[in-house]
Design a protein around this ligand. Structure first.
Ligand code: NAD
Length: 302
């Protein structure tokens, strides 16, 4: 996984590194150097689905920016444990907590475990998500419910627990100007229809109005709720779309900026949305997509 954009000197170093725990650990330390002002110092953050892809980059960036983090995972405990160890080795604070975000009892147990470890929550990143693709006529109810259950109901369940704690605790001015921040991992497919993926697109469209409705409701309580809308980011969820030169060339036709995104592109956006640098920002989707939502088909006149 790349933690930096491809154009930095550090990526060259990353490429030289083998993915040993030692190598990645020092990479996490270098990532910390990126945030000398520690914008998330003294804040407690929970990232769902944080042992892979975008969630991993987000949790690493939040930790590098000074937050104590929870690495939520549903499967593959060793990956979560390795991330926790690397963050700790770089001087950060991290714990791994297992929970299926689509299950109410597991979500509540996860928040209880987080409060046991850290006392409270300041930042929730609702990142866990998946696809079960199918032609519409063949889509089973199980495929529909599975995707909606994780991608939309999971975001509702986690956001509700976080809001309850933000309301209980209120603002701590020495920690943040806001009583709490929620970042929903949406997608360009909250606005771009996606044939063959009706369940996924419906879930992300749902996330958009969940985010905006919640943002409107809790803004007077000084709780900020925003989304990140990634475009095409190289992660396991979409490997087939970029892992051959032909597939990548096809994908690039949809991206005016002419590069496929890295999970670090999302990690840096998440730090900004979680920090007081974005204190007047609520109820928006920040598309981090290289222009994918700019109707690239019209670039030559339409
Ligand atoms: P990924 O498959 O690498 O990561 C998804 C994570 O969610 C994994 O850690 C997985 O274990 C976890 N997860 C799945 N079901 C879960 C559950 N029930 N409970 C807890 N965790 C669960 O894929 P990714 O690309 O990193 O996706 C992360 C988020 O970004 C998703 O919400 C996805 O929709 C969104 N997204 C990704 C892209 C992209 O191009 N990669 C684009 C737009 C949006």
């Amino acid at each position: 996984m790349s933690l930096y954009p491809p154009y930095t000197r550090i990526t060259k170093k990353v490429k030289r590194m083998t993915a040993t725990v030692e190598g990645v650990g020092s990479l996490q330390a270098e990532l910390r150097d990126r945030y000398p002002h520690q914008p998330l110092k003294n804040q407690k953050a929970l990232v769902t689905g944080a042992n892979s892809g975008i969630g991993e980059a987000v949790v690493r960036h939040l930790a590098a920016a000074g937050a104590s983090v929870v690495v939520n995972y549903v499967a593959n405990e060793p990956a979560a444990a390795a991330i926790v160890n690397e963050i700790k080795a770089a001087g950060g604070e991290a714990v791994a907590i297992q929970a299926d975000v689509s299950k109410e009892d597991q979500v509540q147990a996860m928040f209880a475990a987080m409060y046991e470890a850290y006392g409270t929550i300041d930042i929730l990143v609702n990142n866990a998500g998946l696809q079960k693709d199918s032609a519409f006529a063949d889509m089973t109810l199980d495929q529909w419910n599975f995707v909606l259950g994780v991608n939309l109901t999971g975001q509702f369940l986690c956001a509700r627990e976080a809001v309850r704690e933000f309301l209980r605790r209120g603002i701590k001015p020495e920690v943040s100007s806001a009583a709490g921040k929620i970042i929903c991992m949406s997608s360009v497919h909250e606005v771009i229809p996606w044939a063959g993926h009706a369940n996924y697109a419906a879930s992300k469209g749902g996330v958009m109005l969940l985010m905006k409705s919640l943002a409107q409701e809790v803004a007077p309580k000084k709780i900020r709720v925003n989304s990140i809308g990634p475009g095409a980011i190289k992660t396991p969820i979409n490997r087939s779309a970029w892992d051959t030169p032909q597939a990548e060339a096809e994908l690039l036709k949809l991206i005016p900026y002419e590069r496929v995104g890295e999970s670090s592109d999302i990690g840096r956006a998440a730090v900004w949305l979680a920090s007081d640098d974005s204190d007047y920002v609520t109820g928006v989707t920040l598309f981090v997509d290289g222009g994918m939502t700019l109707y690239p088909g019209f670039a030559t006149g339409g």
